[in-house]
Design a protein around this ligand. Sequence first.
Ligand code: TEU
Ligand code: CA
Length: 548
Amino acid sequence: MKKKWWKESVIYQIYPRSFKDSNGDGIGDLRGIIEKLDYLQWLGIDVIWISPIFKSPNDDNGYDVSDYCDIMLEFGNMNDFDELLKGIHQRGMKMMLDLVPNHSSDEHYWFQESRKSKDNPYRDYYIWRDHPPSNWASFFSGSAWEYDEVAKAYYLHLFSKKQPDLNWENPKVRQEIYDVMHFWFKKGVDGFRIDVLPFISKRLDFPNINPQNFAQAVDEVYANGPRLHEFLQEMYREVASKYDVMTMGEGIGVKAHQALDYVDEDRKELNLLYHFEHVTMNYGEGGKYDPVPWKLSTFKQIFKDFDTAVSNKGWIALTLDNHDFPRMVSRFGNDKEYRMESAKMLAMLLLTLRGCPCIYQGSEIGMTNVKFDSLDEYDDIEVKNIHKEWKKEGKNLKQLLKAVQEQGRDNARTPMQWDNTNNAGFTKGNPWLPINPNYTKINVQEALEDNNSIFYFYKQLLQFRKANKTLVYGNFELFLADSEQIFAYKRQDDQGNFIIILNFSNQQFPIADFSFLNNYKCILSNYYINNDILKEWEGRVYVQKHKH
Ligand code: TEU
Ligand code: CA
């Protein structure tokens, strides 16, 4: 296993719209991030992944790009970007941008040209058909085929109507994206997180999907198309191979047995894959907004399967939440009676596994889901569209509201809570999305003033991981696979031998129940007193006692 700077990196994800507003328009921006670089350095992270900052009409909050080489008006300008990049590098950190190559905005010059006529040079930048060839559905409700009045044809959009899919069969499109990557790498950017990468190669026969099972469509029809790895090898050859950078593919639709194809170092495609089967494991028959209870045994098996599949020859990114999913302490912890303990316990999981941990903004202070009282308060295009669809179909909107409160992406998009002043210190203006009312108690300032805060536990774990590379490169061995309360595993290599035991429940357990801990001693816990009882939501790190 070759040691690399990017393998040892901990990534912090910023959703710029919600991080810090510097000019009072209620929208986060690049200068706001500059103001907070000392805070991020103090936390002790290595790479800052910033969700899209490029020109966009914000139909999908930046994941609809209208100019890949210029900065979104609301976020600032290229001078602000240059100052931000310099500030990050001066503090010994690295910057990872967020590339969206599967689709552009319909306001992109390419699409405006493409729709003009069948013989326009940009026509084949997108996927046009005279009639929808099959019943593909969009992630954001409705058909994935939209009729365009100007082009007098249908175009494919797996996401919103304003996000037409680019045609990767067209070598000119591929070259345009490679030129975009060169542009940012030449400016000194250290990597890209690449959005819905498994979708860029389409099944050109566009087989019908089973409309009752969207998850299956994603895994078996949309993702992992016939030329995908050819394109990824070309992207590596043409671009990434020429720089000391990290490429992290968003692995939507990728199962553990497919993961190594993306990140096996010998295949020269991507450095690491970001998987999230565990965050979609509570999707019911009806998909994301039909949530079903999840089982810890399933959760553990997914982590084990990806580790087994990948980590001897490739690398993975580890995430428990991001801008698309509910807050981790609300989803996997207990954000009521045990918010502090469970947030710390989850941090211990994230920061003691093999791979690159991704910390999502606000998780380091235990920010929780928000609960808006009406569907109209939600900003997310995904929610707006499904709301319209359920209304039209006369479905139960109370049930949808409950599902959105539990599963919606805006849970993670409420502005960062900096202090207990007005608007949580995020903005002097009106925030683009309401602030979680619990900001008066949950905010960075109170965390920095409390030695026992979640923030300082993250900081301690980050230092501990850095000082014990076994936690980066060591093997992973799962204990108690069937337990629905305990997640316990060993991390071992010739440098170290640790056992991590995490209690995902409101129950207590005698330590004596865990015989695998014999001959190990506890060196870290999210509770002050760690005695012979593993308490509710307690996480512990044990190290092997020295052999005499
Ligand atoms: O997300 C694609 C994806 O992973 C889906 O989970 C999608 O976000 C949605 O949550 C399905 O319910 C990426 C970006 O992370 C997301 O923000 C964008 O909306 C999407 O692609 C389109 O660019
Ligand atoms: Ca602003």
